[in-house]
Structures are given as structure tokens and as C-alpha cells.
Design a protein around this ligand. Structure first.
Ligand code: BES
Ligand code: MN
Ligand code: ZN
Length: 494
């Protein structure tokens, strides 16, 4: 998708399809196009008066103004316009453009929406994505040529950079969606490793994959315990961006990459289990972020991405409830429930991350269903041992539309992880599930190491929405990219 930014006055008088953002109950104040053959926007104004289109968030209408396609999109109340909403507006415009067979679109940006150029183009790219249902089928044509038209006083050039960024974030998300949407049988850990290697080559990153033998040699027994019931070997994938200043300590991002989560012997109920092909979502967001680090962000500080990949299956060699394993850092874990597997693979991955002597750690994981119970889709959960890191990620969440909300990592919950048989067990008593998941991970991070854990709630859509396709969302990639662009890496102390 090509995106250009220009002043409305420079847009010319062509009949390119035009999208207009309409604020709720503001329809008399809409900046409408001028058509050379009619009074400016007369047909659209007449249409708006006749119907009850009132600019409610994400409401949509297609009107012909003379021969020009006009797409009216509801932006909600002016004061409530935020990046998350703008991103979905972009998504809906792309979805509707496809439906109408439009390849080119002008979008008239009212002043209030101009600061959201990045969110808009991210959403446009995301909404233009379609699943490929079989390898030979092409993809339905989508928007390829977008122009953002700015009213004074906005200058095009600073916004053009933001709009470009958004399009590149959306492109990275879409390219990883092609991997993330594969079902469990088509994307076992070895396939993820192959894709990570290919991505590393394309994006100028280093890539090392620890196979089963190396994981054994490295004593990653918590990770190996998760994979024990599967025919598919687990692996730990390291992606390395060297940084323009190699002497700085790296940021390490760790993604839970369970290619399918049956629950293991603590088997999940059948209903809805198919969605557990998306239990690799943390790793997929890490891949998309690393692609952007290597090709777009190119920061001074080194950045390492680690994917802890395994398939959680019941099998004759599977880990049993009650089994005790020693994790890489020496702590013993009683695996009371084999369905709490994400924290096991992350425990070892966090310990491996420490070997990079990081300045900070961020993990992304579909760790608990309880995060969704607590927050639903609008916010993912964030738990961190470092307030500035948590707050900067929250701010980047609001700015990118990938929003995160804090839950407490308070030591008062720690007693729930006590085991009579090991240093800790992998579940609590069922209460505070997301907090317990975070506290479990925290025991593998030194207290002085800035670390944030993001428990994902909207990593996939079960069906197509008004603003995007069914399947993986790659939640987290836009968040971390925004965080880097907002100075997150520079703010890390060492
Ligand atoms: N991958 C799941 C969590 C999950 C389930 C995320 C559904 C999103 C949607 C995770 O491995 C899991 O099974 N967690 C358990 C933890 C419990 C056993 C303490 C859960 O949430 O039930
Ligand atoms: Mn599980
Ligand atoms: Zn899981």
C-alpha cells in the first residue's frame, strides 16, 4: 500500500474515491469534496439529511456524489477520538474499499484526526489483509494507493513520516499474519524456526536456533517438559539486531510460541480448543517487531528477540501433573497443571535472556484466560517490576491502539505458588490467575532487572470484524514499535 500526504488544496479535481471522517452529531460541519459538476458535496449533504447517519463510531455509508464515490465513516464524538478508534476507522475504510472494488482512496483528514496519521495507516494496511485459503489462490485485490488530504494548518512532511511508519507497521503485521494464521499442523516449532531464519535474512538480523539437543545441553528442562508429549521437537529461536552502538546492553523481547496448546495431560475441553493454534501469538508479535527493528527502527541499542517454541500435547511421554522439573536457573517447579505451560517455556527463555546481559526485558504471551476475564479485548494486561517501564509501555499502548492496563505484581500473592515438593508450583488456587502467572515469571528475573510481562487478550479475532479480517492480530508489534519511537530504548538505564 502506497501512502502519500498532501494538502487538500493540492489534491486536484479528479474523481478519486474520497473518504470523509464524520464526527457524531456534527454532520453539518463536515468538510465535503467539491465536485466540478455540482455544488460542493450537495448530493452527500442531501443524503445525510435524509438518512440517520450520525457519525457514530465506525458507522459507514457509501454515497455517490455525481460520479464520485464518497465513503462516510463515523468517527464518534470529537473529544473521544483516540488512536485505537482511528486505527479501526482505517481498518473499516480498507474493508469497505475492498467490498466496493476500490484500489485508490483519498482520505480527507480533519484537523483533529491529523495527529493520528500513524494509527490511520496502520489500520488501513491491517484492514486490507485477507487470508489466503489455499496456496494457489491469489489474494483479493485491496487498496494500493492512498492519499491523506490535510486541511490547514497541518504541514504534510511531519505527518508523512508518521503515515509511512503506520503503513510499514501494517505491512510487517500482515506479513507475519501469513505465518501466525497457519494451523497447528502447518506451523510446528521447526516451521516457525524456518520462517524466523528467512525473516532474519530479509531484515538484516542474526538468527540462531537451539534444537532439542542444545536445549538439553543448556538444561532448559522446563521448556523440554512442555514438549515431552509431542512428536514435534521444541526449539528456542534467537533473533539478533546488533545495534548501531554494540556496546550498549540490549533490550530482549521474549515471545511465548506454543504452536498448539491442548493443555497436555491436563487436557483442555474440546469446545474452542481450535483457537489454541493462536497460542504462538506472543512469538508472532516478537517476529513482526524484530522485522521492524531491523528494517525501519534501526535503533542504537541492540535488540534481541527470543521465541520459546513448543507444542503442548498429551502423549505417552508427556509430563504428568505432579512431575517436578528443574528449570535452567536451578529452581525446581512442580508442574501441577500441564496447561499452565506458557510460564514453563518462558521461565527458561527468561534465564537464557539474562545471558545477554540485557538493559531490560519484555515478554509477550497468551499466558492466561483470566486476562481476558479481567479486561476483555480492549486492553491486554501488563505486569512489571519497574514502574517507569510499565508506564512508558502504557503510554505507547494508548498511542498505538495496542492498549495495556496494569495488574499488581504484589508479593502478598506469592504464597499461592508455594509447593511442598519443589521451589514453586506452576499454578495457584484459581484466584488472580493473571497475577499468579506474572508472579511465577517474576521469580526468574533478578529484582534489579527492568522487566515487563504482557498477557495478551486480543491476539486473534474469531471472525471478520467491520474493520479487519478473522485470525491473528499480531497485537504487540505496533505497541513495541511505538514504544521504541517514543524513546523507550533510550530511557533504559544501562
Ligand atoms: N494459552 C492458555 C491461555 C489462554 C487460553 C489464552 C485461552 C487465551 C485464550 C494458557 O496456556 C493456559 O492454558 N492457561 C491456563 C492457566 C491455568 C491452568 C492456571 C488458563 O488460563 O486456564
Ligand atoms: Mn495452556
Ligand atoms: Zn498456552
Amino acid at each position: 500500500m502506497r501512502v502519500r500526504v498532501l494538502k487538500t488544496a493540492e489534491a486536484g479535481r479528479g474523481l478519486r474515491p474520497l473518504a470523509v471522517l464524520v464526527h457524531e452529531n456534527d454532520i453539518n460541519d463536515v468538510a465535503l469534496p467539491s465536485d466540478p459538476r455540482s455544488a460542493p458535496g450537495a448530493a452527500v449533504r442531501r443524503w445525510m439529511r435524509r438518512t440517520n447517519f450520525n457519525g457514530e463510531p465506525l458507522s459507514f455509508a457509501h454515497v455517490l456524489d455525481g460520479e464520485r464515490d464518497v465513503l462516510l465513516i463515523g468517527a464518534g464524538p470529537r473529544a473521544a477520538l483516540d488512536p485505537a478508534r482511528v486505527r479501526r476507522i482505517g481498518g473499516r475504510l480498507a474493508v469497505e474499499s475492498r467490498r466496493l472494488g476500490l484500489r485508490a482512496l483519498d482520505i480527507r483528514l480533519p484537523a483533529i484526526a491529523a495527529p493520528h496519521a500513524r494509527a490511520l495507516t496502520t489500520g488501513l494496511a491491517e484492514g486490507a489483509y485477507t487470508l489466503r485459503l489455499n496456496a494457489r489462490a491469489g489474494r483479493a485485490p485491496a487498496l494500493t494507493d492512498v492519499r491523506l488530504l490535510l486541511d490547514p494548518p497541518f504541514a504534510a512532511s511531519p505527518l508523512a513520516r508518521e503515515a509511512d511508519r503506520g503503513a510499514m507497521i501494517g505491512a510487517a503485521i500482515n506479513s507475519i499474519r501469513d505465518i501466525a494464521n497457519r494451523p497447528g499442523n502447518e506451523a510446528p516449532p521447526r516451521v516457525i524456526a524456518r520462517e524466523a531464519r528467512a525473516l532474519a535474512r530479509r531484515c538484516g538480523l542474526g538468527c540462531t536456533v537451539w534444537d532439542r539437543r542444545r536445549l538439553e545441553a543448556e538444561r532448559c528442562r522446563a521448556l523440554l517438559a512442555v514438549a515431552a508429549g509431542s512428536r514435534e521437537d521444541p526449539c528456542l529461536i534467537h533473533l539478533r539486531y546488533p545495534g548501531r552502538n554494540r556496546r550498549l546492553r540490549p533490550l530482549v523481547v521474549i515471545g511465548k510460541t506454543i504452536t498448539f496448546d491442548t493443555g497436555g495431560l491436563s487436557l483442555k475441553p474440546g469446545k474452542g480448543m481450535e483457537w489454541m493454534k493462536f497460542d504462538k501469538s506472543g512469538g508472532m508479535a516478537t517476529l513482526a517487531f524484530m522485522a521492524l527493528v531491523g528494517t525501519v527502527l534501526k535503533p542504537n541499542r541492540p535488540v534481541i528477540g527470543i521465541l520459546a517454541a513448543a507444542e503442548n500435547m498429551p502423549g505417552s511421554a508427556a509430563t504428568r501433573p505432579g512431575d517436578v522439573v528443574q528449570s535452567r536457573n536451578g529452581k525446581t517447579i512442580e508442574i501441577v497443571n500441564t496447561d499452565a505451560e506458557g510460564r514453563l517455556v518462558l521461565a527458561d527463555a527468561l534465564d537464557v535472556a539474562l545471558a545477554y546481559k540485557p538493559a531490560g526485558l519484555i515478554d509477550l504471551a497468551t499466558l492466561t484466560g483470566a486476562a481476558n476475564v479481567a479486561l476483555g479485548r480492549p486492553y491486554s494486561a501488563i505486569l512489571a517490576n519497574h514502574a517507569p517501564l510499565r508506564e512508558s509501555l502504557q503510554a505507547a499502548g494508548e498511542a498505538s491502539g495496542d492498549r495495556v492496563w496494569p495488574l499488581p505484581l504484589h508479593p502478598d500473592y506469592r504464597a499461592l505458588l508455594k509447593s511442598p515438593f519443589a521451589d514453586l508450583k506452576n499454578i495457584g488456587d484459581g484466584s488472580a490467575g493473571t497475577v499468579i502467572g506474572g508472579l511465577f515469571l517474576e521469580t526468574f528475573v533478578p529484582p534489579e532487572m527492568p522487566w515487563a510481562h504482557i498477557d495478551l487478550t486480543s491476539a486473534w479475532e474469531e471472525r471478520a470484524t467491520s474493520h479487519g479480517p478473522a485470525g491473528a492480530t499480531i497485537f504487540g508489534a505496533a505497541l513495541l514499535t511505538q514504544w521504541v519511537d517514543s524513546g523507550g530504548l533510550e530511557a533504559l538505564a544501562t
